[in-house]
Design a protein around this ligand. Structure first.
Ligand code: GDP
Length: 713
């Protein structure tokens, strides 16, 4: 039976960083150190442990797993203690840390959102040479959106040109004025050898083959003044957050490190302060003390219920339900990722917000309204999977072999149903055609697409019934590129891949009234369907709504659904250029029927005809996805870049200076953005960078619409 940890000794965290800042290296080091620290009495196991890391790396490692469990006792509490004492300290201070994988690329908005949803705190990693980069800003803002309490880790201080000060300043300038340095590096680049804990005014030096030995030392003489200066700022910022401390501080009293730490913890959890740590994950320096910071400053599941209450609705009544994080409460869990594992098959990763999940029981998937049997529960560790009998509040794990559950579903106690707030995923805006090479590929493709779509809710697959083609849909060029690559590599599908195309939509700008009649009298039994409808535009994003105003049996009840079906099919086929028509309200208000000749089929056709007539008269237009884009370029390329954006029908919405760089915010139609990465590289000699995400759908200008309609013919 796995050891139970009190909830205050849980940390559910994500390592948040854009690609290349060192997220993988930091995660690996965390798993390495937590692996060795967990084995009581062994300080450094050295080569053996390192070996599995290398092997796992070869095999594509579990760090890519959606949630990995590890254990940590603050290194600070273990310095210099003998083994017996260490064992005792661990009894009372060992924490369970669940590391939730967060993607480094902002193209995968859905991935980012769902992972941010289930974690309680984050470690943001920065490159100590580059400091805050445009992509760091994007991931930072996303974490802001979900109010994720954070600590920062300035990594790579061993690199040539690394600067803690500059990186720290860039955090303050570009991300938040609330960042506070709790550590300072001792030496930089190849001389980087340890850190000073600013609150304690103590130095820590790292040694041993993997930096696992930490030695406490005096602050180096040449740093004393700097440390005092930083400490004064830090203490001031902390005491500001706590009136009682403030009074003692103003009265000239020395506030203890423990009190300061406690207040810094509260302020970090409240998102009012952000402690900054530093190190070099690659050179095995600083990761362990940063982990101490995770324990010291990031919230446990108990801490965050004020800012993020566990809120849901009763699926029957729609009434709001609030749960408290406790094993005594009914089970409330969120399936946040579905993954396919080569060894065990389908894994549904979940987080338990309240209650206990037991193996062999049934849970309710309240989102889908179905029951699921929990056949097997596994906890994922760095180098193995552990089968467990049950999991409790705060835990993250995976259920093997669920059938109907997809990402974002709520799993709960069948006796106490609740639906947690849904994770909303944006609509896919781009698609491409896939043609498998052989019959065998066709089969493999089917399976690959099903699996990939289960894992990723923003990835969709449709078949074009007219042509028998398979079409896949995603969030951006890169998104589809990666999915196609996985399809080929992981599933061995050979296929011809079409060029990515924009997912246009259609809508109406006006209202109209129309009639659909499908009447055939040809001897024997005829056909009779007749419907009158009104249509009007709905707000963008509202989809389709159907209002039935038929009274007195003018059309019998059994023909109403077929009419709606016919209308929906006609909407899906579009009017302008064959794209699905959205954001329309249709009111069925009149019609007639025939005792003998009326049938469901006839009314379906009547509904479809009515819609086509009405839509034609209601100023139908084409809609295109508009992307929000941010481009960062050196000053000298500014004119070329903005000129290019303007020529792409883009709207520039903001221009800012960031040091020597210019930052341009713009809205641009997706159709103009294919291959922009290459274009920007060539305009800026490789020195520009950009991020892009879907913003909204907008009417296509008439001249462009004409071209698109022409192209579809
Ligand atoms: P990720 O893309 O954020 O997961 O970043 P990785 O962990 O893969 O690191 C990107 C690159 O930076 C790799 O080549 C790493 O070896 C390197 N790297 C990571 N941490 C450090 C560090 O502390 N110092 C140095 N010099 N390089 C590092």
């Amino acid at each position: 039976m796995a050891k139970r940890y009190p909830l205050e000794r849980y940390r559910n965290i994500g390592i948040i960083a854009h690609i290349d800042a060192g997220k993988t290296t930091v995660s690996e080091r965390i798993l390495f150190y937590t692996g060795i620290s967990h084995k009581i009495g062994e300080v450094h196991e050295g080569a053996a442990t390192m070996d599995w890391m290398e092997q796992e790396r070869e095999r594509g490692i579990t760090i890519t797993s959606a949630a990995t469990t590890c254990f940590w006792t603050p290194a600070r509490l273990l310095y210099g203690a003998d083994d017996a004492t260490k064992a005792k300290v661990r009894e009372t201070h060992e924490h369970r840390i669940n590391i939730i994988d967060t993607p480094g690329h902002v193209d995968f908005t859905a991935e980012v959102e769902r992972s941010l949803r289930v974690l309680d705190g984050g470690v943001t990693v920065f490159d100590g040479v580059a400091g805050v980069e445009p992509q760091s800003e994007t991931v930072w803002r996303q974490a802001d959106k979900y109010k994720v309490p954070r600590i920062c880790f300035i990594n790579k201080l061993d690199r040539m040109g690394a600067s803690f000060d500059k990186s720290f300043d860039s955090i303050i300038e570009r991300l938040t004025p609330h960042a506070v340095a709790v550590q300072l590096p001792i030496g930089l680049e190849e001389h980087f050898s340890g850190v000073v804990d600013v609150l304690e005014k103590k130095a820590y030096l790292f040694s041993g083959e993997h930096g696992e030995i930490i030695t406490e030392a005096e602050v180096p003489a040449d740093m004393v003044a700097d440390v005092e200066k930083h400490r004064a700022t830090l203490v001031e910022k902390i005491v500001e957050k706590n009136e009682a401390l403030m009074e003692r501080y103003l009265a000239g009293e020395e506030v203890s490190v423990d009190d300061l730490r406690a207040t810094l913890r509260t302020a970090t959890i409240a998102n009012e302060l952000i402690p900054v740590f530093c190190g070099s994950a690659l050179r095995n320096k600083g990761t362990q003390l940063m982990l101490d910071g995770v324990i010291d400053y990031l919230p446990s599941p108990l801490d965050i219920t004020d800012s993020k209450p566990i809120k849901g609705t009763d699926p029957k009544t729609g009434a709001e339900i609030i749960r408290t994080p406790s094993d005594e409460e009914p089970l409330t869990a969120l399936a946040f990722k579905i993954a396919t594992d080569p060894f065990v098959g389908n894994l549904a990763y979940f987080r338990i917000y309240s209650g206990v999940m037991k193996k062999g029981t049934y849970v309710m998937n309240s989102t889908k309204g179905s029951q699921e049997r929990v056949g097997r529960i596994v906890r994922i560790h760095a180098n193995h999977r552990e089968d467990v009998e049950e999991m409790s509040t705060g835990d993250l794990g995976a259920i093997v072999g669920l059938k109907a559950t997809t990402t974002g579903d709520t799993l709960c106690d069948p006796e106490n149903p609740i639906i947690l707030e849904k994770i909303t995923f944006p609509e896919p805006v781009i698609n491409l055609k896939i043609e498998p090479k052989t019959k065998v590929d066709q089969e493999k493709l089917g399976m690959a697409l099903r699996r990939l779509a289960d894992e990723d809710p923003t990835f969709r697959v449709t078949g074009d019934s007219d042509t028998g083609e398979t079409i896949i849909w995603g969030m951006g060029e890169l998104h589809l590129e990666i999915l196609v690559d996985r399809m080929k590599r992981e599933f061995g599908v050979e296929a011809t891949i079409g060029r990515p195309r924009v997912s246009y939509k259609e809508t109406i700008m006006g209202s109209a009234d129309a009639e659909g009649k499908y009447i055939r009298q040809s001897g024997g039994r005829g056909q009779y369907g007749h419907a009158k409808i009104k249509i009007k535009p709905l707000e963008r994003g509202k989809g389709f709504s159907f209002v039935n105003q038929i009274k007195g049996g003018v059309i019998p009840q059994e023909f109403i659904n077929p009419i709606e079906k016919g209308i929906k099919e006609a909407l899906d086929r579009g009017i302008v250029a064959g794209y699905p028509m959205v954001d329309v309200e249709v009111t069925l208000y009149d019609g007639s029927y025939h005792e003998v000749d009326s049938s469901e089929a006839a009314f379906k056709i009547a509904g479809s005809l009515a819609l086509q007539e009405a839509a034609k008269a209601a100023k139908p237009v084409l809609l295109e996805p508009i992307m929000k884009m941010q481009v960062t370029v050196p000053q000298e390329f500014f004119g070329d870049v903005t000129g290019d954006v303007n020529s792409k029908r883009g709207r520039i919405e903001g221009m800012n200076d960031r040091g020597a760089l210019k930052v341009v915010d713009a809205k641009v139609p997706l159709s103009e953005m294919f291959g922009y990465a290459t274009k920007l590289r060539s305009i800026t000699q490789g020195r520009g960078s950009f991020t892009m995400e879907f913003d909204h759908y907008e009417e296509v200008p008439k001249n462009v619409e004409a071209q698109i309609v022409e192209g579809r013919k």
